[in-house]
Design a protein around this ligand. Sequence first.
Ligand code: ARG
Length: 567
Amino acid sequence: MDFKTYIAEAISNVTNIDKEEIKTYIEIPKIEANGDFAFPCFRLAKELKQSPINIANNIKDNIIVDNNIISKIDVVNGFLNFYIAKSCLAKETIMKFDSQKEEYGKSEIGEGKTVIVEYSSPNIAKPFHIGHLKTTIIGNSLYKLYKFLGFKTIGINHLGDYGTQFAKLIEGYKRWGEEYDFSTDAIDKLADIYKRINALCEEDENVLEECRATFKKLEDGDKYCTELWNKFKDLSIEEFNKIYDLLGIKFDSIKGEAFYSDKMQEVIDLLEKSGKLIESQGAKVVDLENQGINTPCIIQKANGSSIYATRDLAAILYRARTYDFDKCLYVVGEEQSLHFKQVFAVAKYLGLDEKYTNGLEHVSYGMIRLPEGKMSSRKGNFVKVKDLIDEAISKSKEIIKDRDIENKDLIAKQVGVGAVIFEDLAESRTKNQVFDLKEALNFNGETGPYIQYMTVRTKSVLEKAGYLPKVEELNFEKITDDSSIKLLKLIDNFNSILLDAMQKNEPSIISRYLIDVSETFSTFYNNNKILCDDKEAQDARLYITYMTKVILTNGLGILGIEVPEKM
Ligand code: ARG
């Protein structure tokens, strides 16, 4: 039953005001003591030509409700506060849950729709930094969220593998490649070569000229250059994969910018055709003033070469045709806001269906840095992400080392990785953040390990009981205490939390929620003896524990966090 509709109907019967209108006014009180639903009577004061207090009293005196559903109605300052009978609330929530069980929270809202989530997208031959970690983690959880809600989802890693720097790298490699052993820390070594050749270019104009010529060769598909470029790419991907493997992340498609290099002419032709491409100091640009963007978007430089934006435009054409997407999300730092504004604005001139151009969205996130101290001062923000995750794992191992559990290595990995992932998703994505590993690993704080621990606790309670009660046999009258009711209300809310997180592309809504559920479960666990002499009470509490387990497991799963066997 939908309680809101039930209350709206009852109010409508007394006031003769449309039930749909009433429904839009009904609120959920911020303070729990004010009941489960509240109706602000001042909303009707004009229509009924009465004071809110009179309206409230009149409704209260004449309303007809079933006492088994609404246990109490209070008038407070022109508000009507409704209290749902606890056993009724329990029954409704549990029956709803029972219809989906382990699938609880899934929905059909995404059926027939396709969402592309582009995330991670590091640059090859360059370090994977903590900003890349953030897009990887946010993107992965959005990917999982949309999937959970029934969308067809495509995860794309748009590697930065194009540009003059690769020609420089080739020139550097030609000169010094043999000095290096690329079997370990390949990216560091490529970065070193890059630094050396850059320095040389600054000293010697001729070398820079050579690099330019090499870039031309690379673009023209020269065999030697392409082979080397592929080698750099493979070495880099191998290193990135170490991070993706640790995080348990997979992509449906890994296509770098270079993939679009032969698809850019079409972008230029289409823009030419639209009449929007204009010459400016030898370059070809699109003016975006009429779309409220003051900086024109360069499409082709004066020397004829393409830019980053041109490749993004080619990718939009390709993705629209290949995937027929409804949404295409770009999980990229806020410093690229202008870039995406320009690209999305120019995309409107490519002659694509509006469905595609309306579906483009930059899911940005704030700056992230490490706290002052050992890790950051020594290496700056370029502390290696792999080292950061390894450190989280070894610290977790330290924390659990004396516990009486098996598979400590696996558990330390799940907890360490869980801590890192949760830390990246704990706050609203647009906020600037200090990534504090120590805080992330606090088992009693608002952290991944805390939620993992509570999930493990639900599992061990159920294991200890050794059975799962049947819903048909539950006595809902046994569910009366505040923490049980609070927990049930939270559980009831799971699906709306997911929808809200999806609409805002904001995984932190789920993280906050899971903290709430865990804390409430902890109170529930402390206030109620779950395994007890009263079999009916035990069954009811066990079932609530089971529901909590499913919510926490599904919720963590969407964030990309595993649940350890024991902790
Ligand atoms: N490779 C870029 C970087 O590391 C991010 C790419 C973002 N995606 C895009 N379609 N432009 O900064």
